[in-house]
Design a protein around this ligand. Structure first.
Ligand SMILES: *[C@@H]1O[C@H](CO)[C@@H](O)[C@H](O)[C@H]1NC(C)=O
Ligand SMILES: *[C@@H]1O[C@H](CO)[C@@H](O)[C@H](O)[C@H]1NC(C)=O
Ligand SMILES: *[C@@H]1O[C@H](CO)[C@@H](O)[C@H](O)[C@H]1NC(C)=O
Ligand SMILES: *[C@@H]1O[C@H](CO)[C@@H](O)[C@H](O)[C@H]1NC(C)=O
Ligand SMILES: *[C@@H]1O[C@H](CO)[C@@H](O)[C@H](O)[C@H]1NC(C)=O
Ligand SMILES: *[C@@H]1O[C@H](CO)[C@@H](O)[C@H](O)[C@H]1NC(C)=O
Length: 425
């Protein structure tokens, strides 16, 4: 670890190499705690530090965004046909009041409870996403609940999706009196009920969407994971009858390894797999998912959304902080327009777009990638837990190994994802 200096100045590694390096050592930790979202996952970054520092970067960090004046604002109210929410900028506004905190909302997983876990700087909570061409409507909990009246809303996917689900629940829950709501946390499937609205807001754990041997009991070693890329029924039976379903799946495919992909059943033993490049396996898995959606979902009854990939910030040199330690100690967003780091794979993004394009059932993207790319300041970092325990002071002092630069603090960036989702509801 002490050798960064010698390496600096060498030829920059290709983005792919760095990405593989950064993610190859992510280890998924898992505890058997049933109490609180025990399907919990924390990716861990354990090595590669020297290589991460090896790339030479010219760009200095950008000057930061200043609050704008609304005096000459000619942006329109949001209309999904007219305005892309993916293009815009973050505007700092200290008078914004987040609708909840990790103390007021009882449903925030301690993995995301940054303030409770000791984060002292607070600026990251006061940035608002401002699209270039229109005004993003404010999230109104009452209106959101009315739109969900008599309906089931389900988020399906990985721990990032679980963050989005918890954010959504927290955004609406303070508008519901205590006796009118309930939460049932399950190992795989969790259900929040808003009784007077006869509505549920659910989460279903399926990190690859398709089935794998690592769904229920997570296998920490990505090499031992095997995906049944043609099977989704075991999960999908929980998705039927849902009125609004929001999928995601990305980061679990990005271990940097080939994906052990299996067709048919495990009957022939687990050896019948083929090792495929992640993007190939991803395309097959997504097609399996798309076929299920097309043959089982009636678009007149059910709306389907897909949250695009959530960026990781494992490599501070990407944004010009050559002496930084991944996202640790970052307190301001990047302001460079269209900044795109090595943690977001455009090929994976266009794979989803390509599969969705050919579907019969319309799927609306919640395109969070670009706006989240800017937010190096908003990850859980060292204010998180591992294996059900808060990081110790020693671990906190070693952000290179322990900072979580994949997941996000709540309240935080996933609230904006939901603001965009809400605008489409
Ligand atoms: C800041 O937020 C407050 C409260 O939401 C709002 O009234 C005000 O217009 C915002 N100011 C700017 C510059 O966005
Ligand atoms: C509540 O919503 C469910 C669908 O989620 C529906 O089947 C049921 O009829 C609704 N009940 C009432 C009382 O509206
Ligand atoms: C959806 O509604 C349209 C118009 O009412 C109808 O033509 C179509 O057959 C319906 N589709 C399904 C799958 O029910
Ligand atoms: C990074 O740290 C080295 C010494 O450790 C220093 O010489 C250099 O100026 C620093 N670079 C930046 C951009 O802060
Ligand atoms: C974190 O950043 C501040 C300046 O923003 C700096 O003074 C401090 O030394 C940094 N802490 C660590 C542990 O790098
Ligand atoms: C999401 O937005 C980015 C631009 O920020 C665009 O390049 C990408 O194609 C969009 N993804 C999808 C799936 O629409």
């Amino acid at each position: 670890m002490g050798t960064h200096k010698n390496l600096r100045g060498k030829v920059p590694l290709s983005i792919i190499t760095i990405f593989v390096c950064a993610l190859a050592f992510l280890v998924l930790l898992y505890t058997e705690r049933i109490s609180f979202l025990s399907s919990g996952s924390i990716f861990r970054f354990t090595s590669c530090s020297a290589k991460l520092h090896a790339a030479k970067l010219k760009k200095s960090r950008d000057e930061y965004i200043k609050p704008i004046s609304y005096a000459d604002d000619d942006r329109f109210e949001f209309d999904p046909e007219e305005c892309s929410l993916a293009h815009g900028k973050w505007v700092f506004n200290r008078s914004v009041k987040p609708l909840y905190s990790d103390r007021t909302c009882p449903y925030v997983d301690s993995q995301f409870s940054c303030v409770k876990n000791g984060r002292l700087d607070s600026d990251y909570r006061y940035w608002q996403w401002q699209p270039d061409d229109c005004i993003l409507p404010r999230f109104d909990p009452q209106i959101a609940l009315r739109k969900l009246q008599g309906k089931r809303l389900m988020f399906v996917g990985d721990s990032l999706q679980r963050g989005q689900w918890q954010s959504f629940v927290c955004l609406v829950e303070s508008a519901i009196p205590q006796r009118q709501k309930s939460m049932k946390q399950g190992h795989i499937h969790s259900v929040f009920k808003a009784k007077e609205y006869n509505a549920t807001i659910e989460f279903y754990w399926a990190p690859f969407l398709v089935e794998s041997n690592s769904d229920v009991h997570i296998i920490a070693d990505p090499k031992k994971r095997i995906l049944k890329v043609d099977s989704v029924a075991k999960h999908a039976k929980y998705w039927t009858g849902v009125d609004i379903v929001v999928f995601n799946s990305y980061v679990w495919w990005m271990s940097g390894l080939k994906i052990k992909s299996l067709w048919g059943s495990f009957a022939n033993g687990e050896d019948g797999y083929e090792e495929l490049d992640a993007i190939v396996s991803y395309r097959i898995g997504l097609k399996t998912w798309a076929n299920w959606v097309d043959s089982n979902i009636n678009p007149n009854k059910t709306r389907v959304f897909f949250t695009t990939m959530s960026p990781t910030h494992q490599r501070s040199a990407d944004w010009g902080n050559v002496n930084g330690t991944r996202c640790f100690n970052e307190t301001k967003p990047i302001s460079k327009k269209r900044y795109w780091g090595s943690g977001s794979d455009k090929g994976m993004m266009s794979t989803v777009a390509g599969v969705v394009e050919r579907m019969k059932v319309p799927v609306t993207f919640i395109n969070i990638t670009q706006l989240s790319e800017y937010r190096i300041d908003a990850h859980s970092s060292i204010y998180t837990e591992m294996g059900g325990k808060l990081l110790t002071d020693e671990e906190k002092a070693d952000p290179l190994h322990y900072a979580d630069c994949i997941h996000w603090c709540l309240p935080g960036v996933p609230d904006t994802w939901n603001q965009i989702f809400y605008a489409h509801l």
